[in-house]
Design a protein around this ligand. Sequence first.
Ligand code: SF4
Length: 405
Amino acid sequence: MDLLDTLTAKGLRGEVPTREEALAVLATTDDELLDVVAAAGKVRRRWFGRRVKLNYLVNLKSGLCPEDCSYCSQRLGSKAEILKYTWLKPEQAADAARAGVAGGAKRVCLVASGRGPTDRDIDRVTDTMAAIKEADPAVELCVCLGLLSDNQAERLKAAGADAYNHNLNTSEGTYGTITSTHTYADRVDTVQKAHGAGLSACSGLIAGMGESDEDLVDVVFALRELGSDSVPVNFLIPFEGTPLAKEWNLTPQRCLRILAMVRFVNPDTEVRIAGGREVHLRSMQPLGLHIANSIFLGDYLTSEGQAGQADLDMIKDAGFEVEGAGEATLPRHRADVAEAAQAAHAGGSCGTAASACGSGGGCGPCGGHARASDAPALEGSGDELRDDLVKVRRRGAGTELAPNA
Ligand code: SF4
């Protein structure tokens, strides 16, 4: 297939495909699916070998958010019966983080619901990071606290954060249909603030919200332009009690095509399968490892994933290996760009060239859901609740039960 030969050749050279080529990946048929996965797999192995980076989520503050992101179980007015609690104490968060690291996680992602942190919240997170680093000095810390105000990214960087997550989630054109309380531009601004402070950029998307193929391609190219070092690909978890709980627009085949498109557009960038992996890929999860080089271990913010041991077994059975703490995630040329940005920041000239690096933030893979009213229905089972697939988190951070790791 000419398309896949072209995409493979470009990916092996670290080149980005055209927008038309990216759209063509999403339009491939199920008969072509294994060829698509194989082509994306060649690109993945060129830059990331057979390594899988494990990330571990700690939800520092859950629910009761004043924002109205339609996809989110923690949103204003959500009736999802999720855990609701205010800030964990540093030692509570450190206990949860320790479980994730012991399970093989290289990065711990500290997430709090809300529009954005107060300066007091930055103090709390600073204390939490210190507690985690005291136990595990080598652990990578990514912070996700929503929209940042001036100087907050610099404070997080000085306190030991390695990365900041703030997802763009969907295309600029669709953004207004999923959230009214902040804008796409607000999200871009926070990504740029984080990057400008020398934090590694983690910014991704949510698929399955009723968006078009063009929307998906738009947001993935925007993330590439922002220079995200890590692109989490969330597949919408339709929680009962959120506006679009009954909409299921994804199949495992569609998810694999989306992952492949993200890989081709970001050949040398960390691509992470995030929330919704178990719900939507189901028995096809191992094929996703041939495309993405990173996953979350164990549970998500408000929903439960498969057992951490099942994640580890899946990686081993599929012929991959967990990336060690001493191994670099990004290829050398990408790491050089990130280090140059950090050096520029240390020298006081960070200026944030949006096309050179980037990041994403916002609240992580909490699941949620929205649908652009004029968007066509995609593949999937339509209007039904699937509480057999969506399991609210009842263990780990904020509970008396042990974390899943
Ligand atoms: S995604 Fe974040 S800001 Fe939006 S409703 Fe959920 S917790 Fe609040």
